[in-house]
Design a protein around this ligand. Structure first.
Ligand code: SER
Length: 473
């Protein structure tokens, strides 16, 4: 199955199992000031997880495009992308562990056709401090499923990622962790604002024996190592609790009902389906890489890192543009600008000195037009928005890079003033110029950030004063 088929099969299975398929939400939430982007399928459903009745019922499913801007600099490895599609299903006080876990298993094994021998899972080890019990129930359900498939079902207590890195999973299918198996929007129990929902989760990983374990990620591999041998392909959150204001603010209370919040990365499931630890090989991304190989005359094998960055960032920007965002110096627009300028920077490194975005937008629009008609329909506008940004940045990109090389030759640390000039005069988002400076081996002055912020603030005040003066004239 390719990614498009997996997406369709998932929705069909969920509908067959009594779920209402709901519309996806915008990438930029309009009623949630706490976040710039929709970063998971549950985000638009928050108030229903907290107890409000959903008009479409208590079994819901969708495929939600997500942006995780915090991952921008992680892009380049085999599995991180800033944009991805999340398959999601929810039980709002309806089914719980005993239905969710076998349903997801059946999707992976019977529908997608994954090899049960390569499926590994994690479950919650319990949290004494907050009075949340160990999740034996999920572990027992998994044991049953593995045994029926004729697969070993050993358990191991790893508790922390660090401990896992020291001892490895020793081949155990079911690993117990604490922090790694707690999910809330904010992170761990202590990070959650009062009122926020969360709960233990159970994650599923697909094992790629062809990835050689790198001891830079710990002595031994296990479900939660960062080496890419175990790829997380889905997460069932048993959203049962909310943070309550206890005496010490550490209390947890039960939600009005027990929910399931399942999310799984489409691209990653599709990668498992083609036995590729590299998500860029899936049918939603590979055509973009192929186009880039054509434009640059270089091969993905030689230029893996740069091609992944360009591919991911352009795809993300296309979806942001489809949802009405345009590059700017603020909020979502700024993230879009960072994506595009970083993509252009890396395209330049690949030797594509001009007009890289428009041809790639076409490829992205072709891939997604069937499933997301808005992307196809807005193709012309998206091309225009992205081209405009490319033209603007191309005018100063080479001068900015020259400026950086010049500083490198002077053999001095790069300062906040330099970063301000790079941003203000040469259009380099500060994150891009720090990355660039580090690539060139430059030392950053200790107070560069404060100096940069001061310069920017000073400029903001000046331009405000200028606007006021202008108004009086
Ligand atoms: N909310 C969970 C996640 O993002 C599952 O949907 O992983």
């Amino acid at each position: 199955m390719d990614a498009q088929q997996i997406r369709a099969a998932y929705l069909a299975m969920m509908a067959e199992r009594g779920h209402t398929i709901i519309d996806r939400a915008s990438l930029v939430p309009h009623d949630d000031p706490t976040t710039l982007f929709t970063g998971s399928g549950m985000q638009p459903l928050l108030r229903f997880l907290l107890g409000e009745t959903h008009p479409a019922g208590n079994r819901l499913a969708d495929v939600q495009p997500c942006v995780r801007a915090q991952d921008i600099e992680e892009v380049g490895d085999n599995r991180h992308t800033t944009f991805f599609e999340m398959l999601g299903n929810w039980s709002l006080g309806d089914y719980f562990k005993a239905e969710q876990i076998p349903m997801f298993w059946s999707f992976l094994v019977d529908v997608v056709g994954l090899d049960p021998n390569r499926i590994y899972v994690s479950v919650f080890s319990g949290d004494a401090e907050h009075g949340i019990p160990r999740d034996e129930e999920s572990a027992d359900i998994w044991t049953d499923l593995f045994q029926k498939a004729g697969v070993s079902a050993d358990r191991v207590d790893l508790i922390t990622e660090e401990h896992g890195n020291d001892v490895g999973n020793q081949g155990a299918r079911i690993a117990f962790y604490q922090d790694k198996n707690w999910w809330s929007r904010a992170g761990g129990p202590n990070e959650m604002p009062v009122g926020d929902p969360g709960g233990p989760d159970s994650e599923v990983f697909y094992y790629f024996p062809q990835v050689v374990h790198d001891t830079a990620y710990g002595r031994f591999p296990h479900q939660n190592s960062d080496g890419g041998q175990y790829l997380e392909i889905g997460n069932s959150v048993f959203m049962q609790y909310r943070r309550a204001a206890g005496d010490d603010g550490a209390g947890f209370a039960e939600l009005p009902h027990r929910n399931v919040d399942y999310g799984g990365g489409l691209e990653r499931i599709a990668a498992a389906a083609i036995d590729s630890p590299d998500v860029f090989r899936v049918s939603l991304l590979w055509p973009i890489i192929e186009k880039l190989q054509g434009l640059s005359g270089k091969s993905y094998d030689d230029e893996t890192h740069a091609m992944r960055i360009v591919t991911d960032h352009v795809r993300g920007a296309v979806f942001l543009a489809a949802d009405g965002v345009s590059p700017s110096n603020r909020e979502a627009g700024y993230v879009m600008r960072r994506l595009l300028r970083r993509a252009i920077r890396f395209a330049t490194e690949l030797g594509v000195e001009n007009n890289v975005l428009a041809p790639l937008v076409d490829v992205v629009a072709d891939i997604y037009a069937d499933s997301y008609p808005e992307v196809g329909e807005k193709r012309e506008t998206i091309v225009k928005v992205l081209q405009k940004e490319e033209r603007a940045f191309r005018r100063t990109l080479n001068k900015g890079l020259r400026e950086l090389r010049h500083i490198a030759k002077e053999n001095r640390p790069i300062t906040g003033d330099d970063f301000f000039t790079l941003s203000d005069t040469f259009g380099f988002p500060v994150e891009l110029s720090t990355e660039e400076a580090q690539r060139q081996g430059l030392v950053l002055s200790t107070d560069w950030r404060a100096e940069f912020d001061d310069r920017r603030e000073e400029q903001r005040r000046r331009s405000q004063a200028a606007t006021k003066l202008g108004a009086h004239e």
